[in-house]
Ligand binder design. Structure first.
Ligand SMILES: C[S@@+](CC[C@H](N)C(=O)[O-])C[C@H]1O[C@@H](n2cnc3c(N)ncnc32)[C@H](O)[C@@H]1O
Length: 483
């Protein structure tokens, strides 16, 4: 089927009928995941398509009908679609080229993904392996992850590179930023324009290659979900192709930050990245930045796969599966790829351009909800407690943060473990002897810094232990920095 052309022939007010109707019938991430038997909507898998259809067919709810129509590409007849959506909304969606009728059957040409409190149209997500060039990327696991972990506090100027359906640019605009979006695929920009209209925000679109169309401009927030799959085949789809290592586009994105990120600004990029012997990923990011001063580099790692497992997940629908699999595997082994990690990269431009770089990798459970408050606090803690100029207020009375339930120590008190509170997704590292001791001494949050420090001969060791607890989000109260 030819790819659809969405027409911006309706107003935001008319399109709000779609928001209202879908909200009323519970068309959201959690309900859809439950209906389709998944942990998260972002994990929709073409191989499970028959199971999704089966689940919708045996369910009589309006949600099941809407999911069949708007997410699974199922046809229905006009009376049923009108009963589900109402005649006014059907007419609006027909005018926009979304609903079409063919020989008595009505279908939605694009699909609709809910994400946080917004809706996004994309091309159909069910892959056959031979997808049309120019297809606009669906909301995948990567799209949802980036949306769920990117803080947007105090952002005035935002740029979304590799925008696809435009969701990250639209979230920035909704947070009050002047928002710009770039994609190399003109169809993606049509979707971005339509989705901005649908969600009642303004986004300035540029057709182009990465930073080329925003030369000379700087931003408080730069987001990107770039192509990243290491692909020996140069003919793979545009939303995936980033060369044999998968790093051609990510490297250019990072290298461009010195020209385009404001001091205090944040870069947030989701990707799968290869792991090699001899250089950590944080070191590679630092190398691409080209400076050992003025940057905070943080990765939030969700999971890690062997090359074979990773390749398997990216070749669904390929006709010559065995041969293609072998080609990919040979290429990965030749390049020395040991494993593939799924992670979000955060790079903060420090206010002090001469401060030494800091680098941190944090393990995180895979989120099926927004983790923005947790990530915001984590990044604030890194920026604060890793700043060499930081000194604690002597009157501050720190306590164990509610992120954690309790501190466990081993018999010899040589290390400690923090037990997470139930809503904590970010996995804590073990504490060293001094950190565990300091936390124990704080109990139950009644001693000020000057009192605590009296029992420490070594001021440097005290400060290091305090910083160590701070960067793990283990201290409260915490006042974030303004930058
Ligand atoms: C994985 S999709 C991500 C889409 C969307 N941002 C999301 O999170 O769902 C990657 C997008 O990058 C675009 N792209 C690929 N190479 C590009 C380049 N050199 N400059 C700008 N966009 C590019 C593709 O057209 C595609 O829309």
């Amino acid at each position: 089927m030819a790819l659809p052309t969405l027409k911006t022939s309706a107003t935001t007010e008319e399109l709000s009928l779609l928001h209202k109707r879908l909200r009323d019938i519970g068309y959201n991430e959690a309900n859809i995941a439950q209906l389709l038997g998944r942990f998260d909507i972002s994990e929709l898998n073409g191989k499970e398509y028959p199971s999704y259809i089966w689940r919708c067919d045996r369910d009589t709810s309006e949600l099941a009908k809407a999911v069949a129509l708007f997410l699974l590409g199922r046809a229905s007849d006009r009376p049923r679609v009108t009963e589900l959506l109402g005649a006014d909304l059907v007419s609006v969606l027909e005018r926009c080229g979304i609903l079409v009728e063919f020989r008595g059957a009505m279908v939605s040409l694009p699909v609709v993904f809910p994400c946080l409190d917004k809706l996004f149209f994309t091309d159909q997500w069910v892959g056959t392996g031979n997808q049309e060039p120019g297809k606009v990327y669906e909301l995948g696991t990567d799209s949802y992850a980036l949306a769920r972990v990117t803080p947007r506090r105090n952002v005035e100027k935002a740029l979304d590179l590799c925008t696809g359906s435009g969701l990250h640019a639209i979230f920035s605009a909704a947070a009050g930023a002047k928002s710009q979006a770039v994609d190399i695929n003109p169809r993606a920009l049509h979707y971005t324009e339509f989705n901005a209209l649908l969600n009642g925000v303004e986004v300035q679109n540029h057709l182009g290659d990465l930073y080329n169309s925003v030369k000379g401009q700087t931003f408080d927030l730069i987001t990107a979900n770039p192509p990243f799959v290491p692909s020996p085949d140069p003919n793979v789809l545009i939303h995936r192709s980033a060369g044999e290592t998968g790093e051609e586009v990510p490297e250019k994105l990072v290298a461009g930050l010195s020209k385009h990120l404001e001091p205090g600004g944040l870069f947030s990029m989701i990707l799968d990245h290869p792991m090699y012997e001899g250089e950590t990923y944080l070191e590679r990011l630092e190398r691409w930045l080209g400076a050992d001063k003025g940057w905070g580099i943080a990765t939030l790692t969700f999971h890690e796969l062997t090359p074979a497992n990773y390749i398997m997940g990216h070749l669904s629908g390929v006709e010559t599966y065995d041969e293609t699999f072998r080609n990919y595997l040979e290429s990965y082994l030749r390049l020395g790829i040991k494993s593939m990690r799924f992670a979000n990269v955060f790079i903060r431009r420090l206010q002090d351009a001469n401060a030494p770089n800091w680098k941190v990798d944090q393990r995180c459970n895979w989120p099926n909800i927004s983790l923005v408050p947790q990530v915001e606090e984590w990044l604030d803690c890194q920026a604060t407690y890793r700043d060499p100029q930081w000194r604690p207020d002597p009157d501050w009375t720190p306590n164990l943060s509610p992120n954690y339930k309790c501190l466990w120590r081993d018999w010899t008190h040589s290390r400690g473990v923090l037990e997470m509170a139930d809503d904590n997704w970010l996995q804590p590292e073990p504490l060293n002897e001094q950190e565990a001791e300091l936390l124990f001494q704080m109990k139950p949050g009644t001693r000020s810094i000057s009192e605590l420090q009296q029992s420490w001969d070594d001021e440097h060791a005290f400060l290091q232990a305090l910083r160590g607890l701070g960067i793990r989000r283990a201290l409260t109260p915490f006042s974030p920095r303004k930058d």
